[in-house]
Write a protein that binds this ligand. Structure first.
Ligand code: ATP
Ligand code: MG
Ligand code: MG
Length: 550
């Protein structure tokens, strides 16, 4: 295990433990179930999970499901799956903020009784207008000085459905002159007749995020409530709610910078449009960076974890190159996966001096850099497929692959010399002909002469006919993410579908998410949505080469 210096959050936690402010650590990941998780959420999951683990504390998964409009059961299930997949160890600590509605209501009543909250009849527009801005102080609501009795009665009426949606709100009574706008009598409850995925039609009033979130944290005994930077200005309100609601174990909010990737689309709005316009095949399209998409593409939790660690935790916003994510998956798979021969753009290679009907087995290491992966046998025969680009009739200088008269090594098999090329009436190449030298079998120790080129191949008789999907960034990287109208600059070549590709027959039982290195072509995985046992579909996870250097 490596020693890394502590991030600023760990340093704060160390201080809290040293000063006795806390004697243990409890964290949480609090998603709103209103969409799929993306790579940015992975940062929060891994950060919270790992901090709990590091300090022998606990980590909760809590759905912040206090705003029913956009929340769906479908998202709850996908989020649970993704958090588990990423290694979030919440075990049985799965919570729903909606289960705390009763306590939130009671705390609101408590605030009213303390004279710290009032029912306000101003409209949303009026409230905004009265609030002022950072230059203008706010103006007090004419309803601010209602009596406790009147407020209790009105709040109960709000709860009992006597008021129209939007007509009344409960507001915290704090300070309309505060330089922090969040403290200017923020709304803490609103009337909204919406069916909630958990509580159904039980409630027609719902708490606002800034009131609900600190209560959720306090109820669960969260010690360190880690959130993203945009909530920094909300911290005084967070602390106010915890204090005025008289929680004895005030959690501490600490903010960190969001994870952003250059030229990567994470916004729900954009992804929704891509799905609706049929540009991507759902939220798990392998070109997206939702966790589901990354999983389908063939990313591993280890690679994502490593990426998040490399990105680090900081207090300043910055963007990370998506090439770093690719670097992480390459590094993760490099030694773990078998290196298989697959031909993406096949032409036939016929070995004319190899006896018809004959075949033999060649033994190949599964991964030259990792002997632990063992060996496999490949059937060699008279008719093979090689990559179209591994043959040229008229080669340029320094082309060491197949051309008439040249000899190359067929990986794991024999030396072959190209003798001729066969074309159809349009001049298209149908087959390349060659002869092999029986003395040169790989592993035989033959070293009488050397060749400069080695090419991969598959056996035409036994290879599996498969589909390959190659991906590029969905965003045009030259133009940048957005055009002047705020629309995505789409890369027209983000998906290439190759039919009639061939892979070694050893992949016949490959299952969804299984991944391999296809020599010279990249890392690929079996697509979980469209692949069938008799018609395999592979996604290219990433190519082998990269300009990215750590
Ligand atoms: P989005 O709008 O992208 O879905 P969100 O903030 O609405 O993001 P939530 O469901 O509220 O999503 O997020 C759950 C947790 O994940 C929050 O604590 C939030 O701060 C954190 N989070 C969201 N996006 C990022 C990001 N890009 N980097 C790090 N943490 C993030
Ligand atoms: Mg969200
Ligand atoms: Mg949010």
């Amino acid at each position: 295990t490596e020693t890394v210096s502590k991030n600023f959050i760990e340093i704060e936690i160390d201080k809290d433990l040293a000063s006795g402010r806390f004697d243990h650590v409890q964290t949480r990941f609090p998603p709103e179930p209103n969409g799929y998780l993306h790579i940015g959420h992975a940062k929060s999951i891994i950060l919270n999970n790992d901090i709990a683990k590091e300090y022998n504390g606990k980590f909760n998964l809590r759905f912040d499901d206090t705003n029913p409009t956009k929340e769906k059961e479908e998202f709850v299930n996908s989020i649970i799956e993704d958090v588990k997949w990423l290694g979030g160890e919440f075990e049985d600590r799965l919570f729903f903020a909606s289960n705390y509605f009763e306590e939130m209501y009671e705390k609101a009543v408590m605030l009213i009784k303390k004279g710290k909250a009032f029912v306000c009849d101003l409209s949303a527009d009026e409230i905004r207008e009265y609030r002022g801005d950072f230059k203008t102080p706010g103006k007090e609501s004419p309803y601010r000085n209602r009596s406790v009795e009147e407020n209790l009665k009105l709040f109960e009426d709000m709860k009992n459905g006597l008021f129209e949606d939007g007509s009344h709100v409960l507001r915290a009574k704090i300070d309309m002159a505060s330089p922090n706008i969040n403290m200017r009598d923020p709304v803490i409850y609103r009337v909204a007749r919406m069916t909630h995925h958990n509580t159904g039609d039980k409630w027609c009033i719902y708490p606002m995020y800034d009131f609900a979130h600190p209560i959720e944290d306090a109820i669960e005994g969260i010690t360190h409530s880690l959130c993203t930077l945009e909530f920094e200005d909300h911290r005084p309100l967070y602390d106010w709610v915890v204090r005025e609601c008289e929680y004895k174990n005030p959690p501490r909010q600490i903010e960190f910078a969001k994870l952003y990737l250059t030229n990567v689309v994470t916004g729900k709005r954009y992804i929704k449009k891509l799905v609706e316009d049929g540009i991507v095949d759902g939220w798990d399209d392998p070109r997206l960076v939702s966790i589901a998409a990354l999983r389908r593409r063939g990313y591993t939790p280890e690679a994502i974890r490593n990426f998040v660690k490399l990105a680090g935790v900081s207090k300043a916003d910055s963007s990370i190159e998506s090439a770093m994510l690719e670097y992480c998956i390459r590094e993760d798979l490099k030694l773990k996966k078998s290196r298989i021969m697959a031909v993406l753009d096949p032409i036939k290679l016929i070995i004319d001096n190899y006896p018809e009907g004959q075949s033999e087995l060649c033994t190949m290491p599964n991964n030259l850099e990792n002997p632990e992966l063992g060996e496999r046998e490949i059937e060699f025969g008279r008719e093979l497929y090689i990559e179209r680009e591994d043959f040229m009739e008229v080669p340029p200088k320094k082309y060491f692959r197949l051309f008439p008269g040249n000899e190359v090594r067929l990986m794991g098999a024999y030396f072959v010399t190209c003798t001729s090329v066969e074309k159809d009436e349009n001049g298209e190449i149908i087959a390349v002909h060659a002869t092999y030298d029986p003395e040169t079998k790989s592993g035989s120790g033959f070293n009488a002469r050397k060749v400069k080129g080695t090419i991969h191949w598959v056996n035409a008789k036994t290879a599996l006919n498969v589909e390959m999907r190659l991906y590029e960034n969905i965003v045009d990287e030259e133009k940048g993410k957005l055009d002047e109208n705020g629309n995505l600059n789409l890369n027209p070549n983000s998906l290439t579908i190759l039919k009639n590709c061939y892979v070694e027959s050893c992949l016949k039982d490959a299952k969804a998410y299984d991944s391999f290195q296809f020599v010279r072509n990249g890392f690929f995985c079996v697509d979980a949505k469209d692949s069938r046992p008799d018609a395999l579909v592979f996604n290219r996870i990433v190519s082998l080469k990269s300009s990215f250097k750590l």
